[in-house]
Design a protein. Structure first.
Length: 284
């Protein structure tokens, strides 16, 4: 084992603390923190190699095996005592293992046909949950223009449960969005406005726009939408949590495409031979 680091004032520990606490520091270093055994297992399975692997001197068997797996990939752990690790950690009950990763900026595929656009999602837990759900629903990527929480903040990373390693996260300027959404109709989720979400046609390429719970989507995002949709709510609640609404809508896309049994064209874009469902009541 390499010499044990025993001072929380060590520059490497201070750098980790800065990455934990500051979006500016994460942006300037183009790096972020991943903490905990399960998330680091996800990173390893996805082929991500950390810049720094911080570990306490005594680890339970699962964590120790993970350290050895990273060592086999050429990573030398930085061993610390529990006091130093507590100073570096962002969690209440540290698991004794964290890593610094460089953001890899996974690219969107050439012809995406299922995108998520978020506007004003500022709660880290909600944002992380949405990213986790987007990965589960098979979204091609998530667009995060200015106004959202930092997707690489520690709470977002923990809530996303590994989505960062496999899901393209794009942080475009607002003026870049029209080209990213070219030929992909954008559906704006609103409470009790537009057509019911089950009556929208999600079988063809599409994007979903989810706004923040307080103010909803902003003017710039609304200008890009072609149709408003809502989730019918027979109860008395005014609206749904943003992460819950996003999950319902994304898995409606999954349901329609699964039930449609649609084919794939030569250029990789999915299509269908079935006519679009029409809503007589809404004349859509």
């Amino acid at each position: 084992m390499t010499p044990l680091l025993t001072s929380p004032k060590n520059p490497r520990i201070q750098h980790i603390r800065a990455l934990q606490n500051s979006s500016k520091a994460r942006r300037e270093a183009d790096s972020f923190i991943v903490e905990g055994v399960r998330l680091l297992e996800e990173a390893l399975q996805a082929g991500w190699i950390p810049q720094t692997l911080l570990a306490v001197e005594e680890l339970p068997p699962r964590a120790a095996a993970l350290v050895e797996a990273y060592r086999a990939r050429g990573v030398t752990p930085l061993w610390v005592n529990s006091r130093v690790f507590a100073a570096a950690s962002d969690t209440r009950t540290p698991q004794g293992l964290l890593a610094v990763f460089r953001r890899e900026h996974l690219p969107l595929k050439e012809n995406p046909d299922f995108l998520l656009l978020l506007d004003g999602i500022r709660d880290p837990g909600n944002l992380g949950t949405i990213l986790r759900t987007a990965l589960a629903a098979g979204a091609d990527g998530v667009l995060l223009p200015p106004g959202n929480a930092d997707p690489y903040a520690p709470k977002v990373v923990r809530a996303a449960m590994g989505a960062h390693f496999r899901l393209p996260l794009v942080q475009p300027a607002w003026e870049a969005l029209p080209s990213l959404l070219e030929d992909i109709p954008l559906y704006l989720a609103e409470a009790r406005r537009g057509i019911p979400h089950t009556q929208a046609d999600f079988r063809a390429p599409c994007a979903l726009l989810i706004g923040g719970e307080a103010a909803g989507a902003g003017r710039e995002a609304r200008a890009l939408a072609v149709q408003s949709i809502h989730i019918p709510m027979p109860g008395l609640a005014e609206s749904l949590n943003a992460a819950v609404a996003a999950a319902i809508l994304m898995f409606e896309v999954v349901r329609q495409r699964r039930d449609d049994g649609r084919r794939t064209t030569d250029n990789g874009r999915r299509t269908t031979d079935k006519p679009m469902h029409r809503c007589n009541q809404c004349n859509q």
